[in-house]
Design a protein around this ligand. Structure first.
Ligand code: HEC
Length: 429
């Protein structure tokens, strides 16, 4: 063999090894990507159909999986990533799409199933092993005359009160289908009334009891996460807890156990995170049947704030949301666009880095409601008159844009936010 022939042969062997290694790596990546981007929902059938941790299930459903990815229908994520990226966003890059599509196509063509590659870190990425410090439960029986109910948990019934700051709280119910929304407040007076936030940094809006005493919320599909280290919600709770629930009307008497789990801050020196809800509860308005309408809201900030997260809240017939801010220097700061709204997948959109909204910034938000029969989420068929911001019934609508923020400090613009995911099983069960 001449030198050049030997070189060619060696090159071919190397190229073949390289090719098979990269193909193999691609196979692994296709499976791993599905585990990262799809299995968090497609594991237990109560959240979404199919168990995608099993290769044979992926193989049997290859056609629908390919369709769902090619049409950007899955993974389920409604925020437009070209407007803003968020922590934990479930979107696929074009490269990731190609890798999954190639892997699933190969799998579909090949009756022999490859051994799945299991990344030992995978489980940790999804569920971090953080346990709650305090769990408070209360069982109540309802006959559903009221759509709204308040549960009081007196601290004298518990072994401990809350510390001054917590990293987060979760709410769960023995029957999730009956509770459609809930908020937990800390009580600092024996009167069992929660304080309405004072000194909210905004005008032209009403702060709806959701100031510095709102410790946690529940809504269908909500993605729970704890605040990054160094931040805390002020609990200001010395007397007890109040859990306000919005219930669906049912005919039978039903017992519901409500559980609130609290996670304390590891650090005592924390920056206080407050929540602010932009809404207009004084001004309710109707959406006529068979109409599609867009409504606008606006608020001005009286102080400079650093934004951590945003959360819009509507009921069933909202279809589109857009929010942006305009700074006093006339810079436009895009906040969030929801290409679609799903009542069942309400989401807290958490930022990866603090976002400065300077003093006097104007926040604009708009919601489109589709009250026609063409909207499959419409609870009434034929469509009925729907009121916005009038009561809690899911047949009516709400228009709320929630912000989580901290007072601005120099250098916040580059402050990364390391959110802490919770074990979904601990949250749900
Ligand atoms: C946030 C949760 C979530 C994530 C993440 C998610 N899905 Fe889904 N998926 C759902 C739900 C809920 C449904 C059923 C309701 C629906 O069709 O909208 C569903 C339905 C599907 C269906 C069935 C569609 C049909 O009409 O039968 C396929 C296929 C699918 N998902 C594939 C995927 C793939 C592939 C990924 C990852 C790239 C993924 N999903 C990520 C929640 C999710």
């Amino acid at each position: 063999m001449t030198q050049s022939k030997r070189f060619k042969a060696i090159s071919i062997i190397f190229a073949a090894i390289f090719l098979s290694v990269s193909l193999f790596a691609q196979n692994e990546n296709g499976y791993v990507l599905i585990q990262q981007k799809c299995t968090p929902c497609h594991l237990k059938s109560d959240i979404a159909p199919y168990d995608f941790s099993k290769v044979d299930v992926i193989q049997q459903n290859a056609k629908t999986i390919l369709y769902s990815i090619e049409h950007n229908y899955m993974p389920l994520w409604f925020a437009n990533p070209t407007v803003r990226h968020f922590y934990g966003e479930r979107v696929l890059s074009e490269t990731e799409k190609t890798i999954i599509i190639n892997w699933v196509e190969n799998l579909e063509a090949d009756a022999k199933q490859p051994e799945p590659y299991i990344d030992s870190n995978l489980e940790q990425n999804v569920n971090q092993d953080r346990k709650s410090n305090l769990s408070a439960s209360s069982a109540n029986t309802y006959n559903f005359e009221n759509l709204s109910d308040k549960v009081f948990i007196n601290f004298s019934e518990l072994t401990q009160t809350l510390p001054s700051y917590i990293s987060g709280a979760t709410l769960s119910f023995s029957d999730k289908k009956i509770v459609h929304h809930a908020v937990v407040y800390g009580l600092d007076s024996a009167s069992k009334n929660y304080r309405i936030a004072k000194n909210a940094p905004s005008s032209n809006l009403q702060v709806n009891g959701m100031g510095d005493v709102n410790l946690g919320v529940y809504a269908p599909g909500l993605n729970y996460s704890l605040l990054p280290d160094g931040f805390g919600y002020k609990s200001s709770a010395t007397k007890g807890l109040l859990i306000e629930k919005h219930l669906l009307k049912l005919s039978d008497e039903t017992k519901i156990t409500t559980t609130a789990n609290f996670y304390y801050c590891d650090n005592i020196n924390v920056r206080e995170v407050k929540s602010l809800n932009l809404t207009n509860l004084n001004n309710n308005f109707p959406i006529e049947p068979n109409t599609v309408k867009t409504y606008h809201g606006k608020a001005q900030l009286q102080d400079s704030i650093s934004l951590l997260a945003v959360m819009p809240h509507f009921h069933k017939i909202a279809i589109h949301f857009y929010a942006f801010a305009v700074s006093p220097k006339s810079d436009t700061i895009p906040l969030l666009e929801l290409k679609k709204w799903s009542f069942d997948w309400q989401t807290i959109y958490r930022l990866n880095t603090l976002l400065l909204l300077p003093k006097n910034t104007l926040i604009y938000y708009e919601v489109t409601y589709d009250n026609t029969a063409a909207n499959p989420a419409n609870p009434s068929n034929p469509p009925e008159m729907v009121w916005v911001n009038k009561g809690w019934s899911t047949k009516n609508e709400m228009m709320v844009f929630g912000l989580q923020y901290t007072a601005y400090k120099n250098g916040d613009e580059t402050q990364k936010l390391n959110w802490v995911d919770l074990d979904a099983n601990e949250v749900i069960e």
